[in-house]
Ligand binder design. Structure first.
Ligand code: XMP
Length: 319
């Protein structure tokens, strides 16, 4: 499959080609997909519904790792588009699978396995669907094949046959696109700006923003830091911004006493397609405001840092 670059992308033509391809592949059967609210899975949901109508069942799986209020907000956006989405509460399963795991790749693997082998597998089997629609994009494949980071949704290119491993076929309508192309298609589909201009958010979600063990308490803490960071940096125009909770504690002081506290690292990126990125040149006042709010609103934090290393050699996420 060849890359379709943004300058060569005719969004309406792309949509009708993919609608046809999905109809051909699924025939008169059923398909299923998981929506996270990110632009990739949102586009797949809309194209899938155009192709199959109510023969596509869309689920939003609440893995306990999403941002504040996100599952309910996303379901509401799609309800407005006339697309029914069923919210599945799988918080305990994911948080249970992450228990005791510190290694970044093992954490990714725990999220992947819980999603595909347990929660989603159960939904597929219950629905009788033989096809799964998934929003894998070209960058996911590139980085996984290069061994940089195992993206949660890449199988075939790693020699994994999803049909054998999980019992269903995976259709990937967006594999020829990168993020900029997906956003153009999202807009052409009539999705709202909150979706087509949505900041990227990783598959392992807030588990990718906690260094070390992603316990419910540490997830709750980084969720709060994420809300503050996204709010303060909303006007920055950055490609992506994030708060990361570090594993190491550092010495701080509170009320005149030593406080061995937590560290939050802020990252804010300028990028076109996430392959390369440089830290945004934020105003010092903005950084001070962010630091003040995190120190006041996120419990136990005594250190707030801003990452100034570009990708490469950094990656955008810390895990
Ligand atoms: P990295 O950290 O690989 O991220 O430079 C590139 C872009 O992909 C987004 N993203 C993911 N990153 N695992 C990741 O590490 C995932 O499963 C994933 N899904 C999306 C990431 O947020 C950044 O925009």
């Amino acid at each position: 499959m060849k890359e379709i670059e943004l300058k060569n992308l005719d969004a309406q033509k792309f949509i009708s080609t993919q609608v046809e391809a999905i109809r051909d592949a699924v025939g008169d059967g059923l398909a299923i997909n998981a929506l996270s609210g990110g632009v990739d899975s949102s586009v797949v949901t809309m194209i899938g519904h155009r192709a199959l109508g109510d023969r596509l069942k869309t689920y939003l799986i609440d893995n306990g790792l999403m941002r504040e209020g996100e599952p309910q907000q996303v379901v509401a956006v799609f309800r407005d588009q006339g697309v029914p989405v069923e919210l599945v509460d799988a918080r305990d399963e994911f948080l249970g699978a992450l228990k005791g795991i510190h290694d970044p790749e093992e954490k990714r693997e725990a999220v992947t396995q819980t999603f595909y082998k347990k929660v989603f597998r159960r939904l597929v089997l219950d629905s009788g669907a033989k096809h799964l629609l998934q929003g894998t994009i070209l960058t996911d494949i590139d980085e996984t094949v290069a061994g940089i980071k195992r993206q949660h949704n890449v199988f075939e290119q790693l020699g994994i046959d999803p049909e054998q491993a999980f019992g269903y076929k995976i259709l990937e309508p967006l594999v020829q696109l990168r993020k900029d192309g997906v956003r153009k298609v999202a807009e052409a589909l009539g999705l709202p700006r909150s979706i087509y201009a949505r900041m990227p958010f990783p598959g392992p979600a807030l588990a990718a923003r906690v260094i070390g063990e992603a316990t419910p308490e540490r997830i709750a803490l980084v969720r709060k830091a994420t809300s503050v960071t996204e709010e303060v940096l909303a006007a920055s125009g950055a490609f992506q911004c994030m708060a990361i909770l570090h594993e190491d504690r550092v010495t701080g002081m509170r009320q005149g006493k030593r406080d061995f506290g937590l560290q939050i690292e802020i990252r804010c990126w300028d990028s076109v397609d996430a392959r390369n990125a440089v830290p945004t040149r934020l105003e010092w006042e903005t950084l001070e405001n962010l630091s003040r709010r995190i120190l006041n609103e996120v419990p136990d934090v005594v250190s707030v840092t801003y990452n100034i290393a570009p990708k490469p050699p950094s990656t955008m996420e810390a895990v």
